[in-house]
Design a binder for this molecule. Structure first.
Ligand SMILES: [Zn+2]
Length: 58
């Protein structure tokens, strides 16, 4: 399965802040936009409740 990179953009002006793989963000981070100076707070997109099923039927 391919690693998807998502573009993180400024919520204020839409400038590209950085790119990250889907699970790269493990906790909330803050990044300041270089263009407009807005502080963007990022959180993990998925609440990471996806638990891999263990094969018990063996
Ligand atoms: Zn901005």
């Amino acid at each position: 399965m391919p690693m998807m990179k998502e573009s993180i953009r400024c919520a204020s002006c839409g400038a590209l802040l950085f790119k990250a793989e889907t699970n790269a963000i493990a906790a909330a981070i803050e990044i300041k936009c270089r263009r407009c100076g807005a502080i963007n707070t990022m959180r993990p997109v998925s609440p990471s409740t996806t638990v891999a099923r263990t094969a018990e039927g063996k």
